[in-house]
Write a protein that binds this ligand. Structure first.
Ligand code: HAM
Length: 418
């Protein structure tokens, strides 16, 4: 029986990997221009890292983690996101010892046991960027501006930057109380999960996807009306600097994010072309996470881009043509041997070459060359070997010339590269 892939785990096929590489290359270049260095993190971490980092009452930790016991009975988890692992690595490797500021980025797969649908997978790739060590709202604006540059560089238009503030631990306390009271009065209409969340962390009710809960929370007191002066000032400055650097945005009070580590600024970049899963990137400030994971108080700000969603917005260039520049059609063992050596030589010189490795007729070899979109076909058979001249067919012009075998290489390179 055929073995199939796991639901929500997708193959990225060759015509798509080109787009992935394009996104990765553009993002890397801009990130490195902005002083970010790459960090490669493990895919598996101790479960506790995510429970403490992301928060026990979040959807991710409650329902979506791929958690298993290893052979010694230790609980491990396939990383559902990169920020907590990055902070773990930052602390473990004492990355703050060089400079008080660290700018790091990572690229790789994340795993969440969500219900797969268009744009939502169980294994998905993120390009994430994090700045540790800067409190200033200027860094919020700088990182969001850099993200805008990446999106522009990918020629993705028509995206919306949606920002919000969710305050800090201090101002969130009184707000949580107010929200709890509001929700308790409507507890009968909340879904089962939200009833439980209400006691664990009422903020989580705000990002419940259940339509009933959404309609209740749309009338709930808004967090931005309850933040302290410091958080308000921070948010005012973020907006001020975003305006200064020309990032257009809207304020969306529903962006509370599904991870507990956020403080102050939160944001998402959405595209109306993607349907329900419209966020192509998201992030925010997390000033308490480093401390939560055992370090000293260190502010953080970052985002992650969802690779699959970004790729869905790129134009389809399914162009098999020009993948093969030269096709060598060989007839007979001797000609095949020469073709084989020529092919390796051409490829070493950067010419994409294909041959048939078979005894098939010239007609079927020519048909294959045509299907592959080869620019030229070099025909070599016993007769050509005897006369010392190969036949080179220009597939576009539909013309053919005889060329001396010892000059084949220069001649073809000249024609292809002129
Ligand atoms: P997140 O919003 O959970 O944030 O994920 C960031 C992005 O990853 C989303 O906007 C989306 O494009 C993509 N994404 C998330 N889940 C899926 C999925 N199941 N299938 C496909 N794409 C998905 C974080 O992960 C934070 N760590 C971001 C961050 C970095 N905050 C601060 N620094």
């Amino acid at each position: 029986m055929e073995i199939r892939s796991i639901r929500g785990f997708c193959d990225v096929l060759p015509h798509e990997t080109k787009k992935w590489r394009f996104v990765e290359e553009k993002a890397r270049r801009i990130l490195e221009d902005f002083g970010f260095s790459e960090i490669i993190l493990p895919i598996v971490e101790r479960t506790e890292l995510f429970v403490r980092g992301i928060g026990e009452s979040t959807e991710i930790v409650e329902k979506e983690m791929y958690t298993f016991l290893d052979k010694k009975g230790e609980s491990l988890t396939l990383r559902p996101e990169g920020t907590a692992p990055l902070v773990r690595a930052y602390l473990e490797n004492k990355l703050s010892s060089n400079d008080i500021v660290s700018r790091l980025y990572y690229i790789g797969p994340m795993f969440r046991y969500e219900r797969p649908q268009k744009g939502r997978l169980r294994q998905f790739y993120q390009i994430g960027a994090e700045v540790l060590g800067i409190d200033s709202p200027m860094i919020d604006a700088e990182v969001i501006y850099m993200l805008k540059l990446i999106i522009n560089e990918l020629n993705i238009n028509n995206v919306l930057f949606e920002i919000n503030t969710i305050g800090c631990r201090k101002c969130r306390g009184p707000y949580k109380e107010k929200l709890s009271k509001f929700l308790e009065n409507r507890i009968n209409i909340l879904c089962q999960d939200c009833r439980r969340r209400l006691t664990l962390n009422p903020l989580r009710v705000l990002d419940c996807k259940n339509p009933g809960c959404i309609s209740i929370t749309s009338e709930a007191p808004g967090i931005s009306d309850h933040i302290c002066d410091e958080c308000r000032g921070h948010f005012e400055d973020v907006k001020y600097f975003l305006n200064k650097v020309g990032v257009d945005f809207i304020i969306n009070p529903r962006i509370v994010r599904g991870l507990d580590y956020y403080t102050k600024t939160t944001f998402e970049v959405t595209s109306p072309l993607l349907g329900a899963q419209s966020a192509i990137a998201a992030g925010g400030r997390y000033d308490g996470l480093v401390e939560e994971l055992g370090g000293e108080r260190t502010p953080g700000f970052g985002f992650a881009i969802g690779m699959e969603r970004v790729v869905m917005l790129l134009p389809d260039k399914r162009d098999r043509r020009c993948e093969v520049e030269l096709f060598i059609a060989a007839l007979g063992r001797k000609a095949q041997e020469l073709s084989f050596l020529l092919k390796l030589d051409f490829e070493r010189k950067g010419i994409k070459t294909e041959m048939d490795y078979s005894e098939r007729s010239l007609k079927s070899q020519m048909r294959r060359a045509d299907r592959l979109g080869a620019s030229y076909v070099l025909i070599l058979g016993d007769r050509e070997l005897e006369s010392g001249r190969g036949v080179l067919r220009d597939m576009k012009e539909k013309r053919q010339d005889e060329i001396p075998i010892e000059r084949i290489s220069e001649d073809i390179i000249f024609r292809l590269r002129r």
